[in-house]
Every structure is written in C-alpha cells, then in structure tokens.
Design a protein around this ligand. Structure first.
Ligand code: BG6
Length: 302
C-alpha cells in the first residue's frame, strides 16, 4: 500500500500520517502529546522516538541511507532469522532478511493521546529466501508512548521444528560513547567478536566502551540500563523472552570507514540489543509461537 492509501485507511489527524520518501520508502510519522516517533515499513524499523521534554532516545546516523533494500543505520532494525553472517551461506545478507523486507501494516490502535500501537507482519511469501526457506509468520507490534514497547512474535507454520536467531538491534543516542556505562550484565559470559569469538567473563558490574566493542552476552535476560553521565539520563531496557544482549560500537577506525556512519557520528551511539543469538537461538516446534519483547524508557540520572 502506498503512503496516501495508508493515510486514508489508518491516518489519525495530528497523530499519525504516512509519507513517501524521495527514494520510495514509506514512513509513518507519529506525534502524541509532545512525543514524536517514526517507523519505516521497510524493516518495520522504528527510526525515532522522543518522549516529551527529552532528547531523541534513538540514534539515527546523519549519513544513513534510506533506499529500497538497504539497511538503515540507526533506530531499531529487526534482525531475523540469523544474526551476523549466515553460518551456512557466505552470500546470504548479514543479519537476515527482515530488516530490508517491506512489512505489511495490519493495524493501528490508539488510546487517546496516551499511546499508539502499530502492528506489522512479514511472512515467507514476502521474502522467498533461498537461505532460510521456512514457512513462518512474524508479527511485530510497536507501542509509542512514554515507554516504547516492542513485541516480536514468530510463528512456525511448518510441520517441522525451525531454528532462528533474532534481535532488536537498538541504536541508542548518547552524549559521547566514553561517558556511558551499561549495567545489567555483571558476572555473565560473552562472545567477543573482536577476538575471533573468544568467550570471556564479564568482570565488572558496568560495561564501558573505550575501544571497538562487539559482544554477544549470553543468558542475560535481566534489564539493562545505559547510564549517560554527559546527558544525565538513564535509558532502561526491559526484556522478556530475550536471553541475549549484544553490545556494539565500532569505535574510531571502523566507524569512520563506514560510509553510512562516519566520524564523529560513531561517538554518539551505542547498540544494546535484546535478542536470542548464538547459544540462545530459538528452536520452535511445528505450529509453535515464540515471543520476545522489550520496553524502553528514560529516567533522569546523576
Ligand atoms: C552488530 C554486530 O550487532 O551489528 C556487529 O554484532 C556488526 O558485528 C553490527 O558489525 C552492524 O552490522 P551491520 O550489518 O548493520 O553493519
């Protein structure tokens, strides 16, 4: 459906409308009592969420590319059904197909000026992937409110068990990467992707970033808090059904070398991703459904 039709079907005056970008992507613009949000149908990707009186919570790269089939650098890309490079096929797209596929908008629900929920879906017919040819349906609902709530359900429509990885690859805007400390990961084990996948024990209570950091923390269902000393705020990420946490910042050399990120933009972001990755991948029985959700909120900090 095109932007105009979507606005006619789902639009709410002064709250929700749809626009088409110059390269033909459709974006929902949400405005609720001082709160602003954005979501692209490509990837069902939330690219902005700003509660009233707060700075933007999500990072969107100033050099992001908004074009059909290109992953958008920022916001919350959905990683599914594999994380990183595909283990079995080098030619498969990094992080799966969900972030570059166009999702269907199935419904919009509003509760006055308090919240707005968009529900989107994607199925095997929409993607026809040779790399993961499983019958599935993914249903994603996003509630824009004072808390940003995201729920991803995956249904196995086949007659056999399926296995997949998934993550909500959340990019958070920070005052400066060196001013940030992440709690919630103490005494856990992580896979260090900067060290050929070596497994390490997280020694300190707080994770700080002072070099390229690319870690998959296993068995970490607890909430994470991103403490930002520069902006004196705490971003709280609650999780349900998500056993892994990925922490990523490419740091100077890689960040500057990424055409859709660049220097100094890499300093203003940290990814803290809730998901089920590596040892925590999901095995879902025939006919089964798996659900993961996160809720992101902002508190004043020290
Ligand atoms: C992270 C991965 O989740 O995403 C990193 O752990 C990767 O290894 C990063 O570099 C960005 O991936 P992409 O495909 O969006 O450039």
């Amino acid at each position: 459906m095109q932007a105009e039709e979507l606005t006619a079907k789902f639009g709410i005056a002064d709250v929700l409308d749809f626009v088409e970008t110059e390269h033909g992507l459709v974006r929902a613009n949400i405005s609720l009592d001082g709160m602003a949000g954005e979501l692209y149908l490509q990837g069902a990707q939330v690219t902005a969420w700003q509660p009233p009186g707060e700075r933007p919570v999500l990072f969107a790269s100033p050099n992001a590319v908004f074009a059909p089939g290109k992953a958008i650098r920022g916001g919350i890309p959905i990683i599914f059904p594999w994380f990183g490079p595909n283990r079995y096929a080098a030619a498969a797209p990094q992080h799966g197909f969900a972030r570059t596929a166009t999702w269907h908008l199935d419904g919009v629900e509003s509760s006055g000026s308090a919240s707005l929920t968009l529900t989107l879906s994607l199925g095997d017919n929409d993607v026809g992937s040779q790399f993961w040819p499983e019958p599935f349906r993914a249903i994603y609902s996003v509630t824009f409110a004072r808390t940003l709530s995201l729920r991803l359900a995956v249904q196995n429509s086949s007659t056999h068990a399926i296995t997949f990885e998934e993550a909500l690859h959340s990019y958070f805007a920070v005052s400066d990467i060196t001013a940030v400390a992440i709690s919630g990961l103490a005494r856990t084990t992580y896979i260090d992707k900067t060290q050929a996948g070596r497994r390490e024990r997280q020694p300190a209570a707080l994770v700080t970033v002072g070099a390229e950091t690319d870690r998959v923390y296993l068995d970490t269902p607890a909430r994470c808090v991103i403490e930002d000393g520069g902006w004196r705020r705490r971003v709280v990420v609650e999780k349900n059904g998500a056993a892994s946490t990925v922490v990523w910042n490419p740091w100077a050399e890689k960040g500057a070398g990424m055409a859709d990120l660049g220097d100094p933009a890499w300093r203003g972001m940290v990814c803290v991703e809730a998901g089920n990755v590596a040892d925590n991948e999901v095995r879902l029985a025939a006919g089964g459904e798996h659900e993961m959700s996160t809720a992101i909120s902002v508190e004043d900090g020290q």
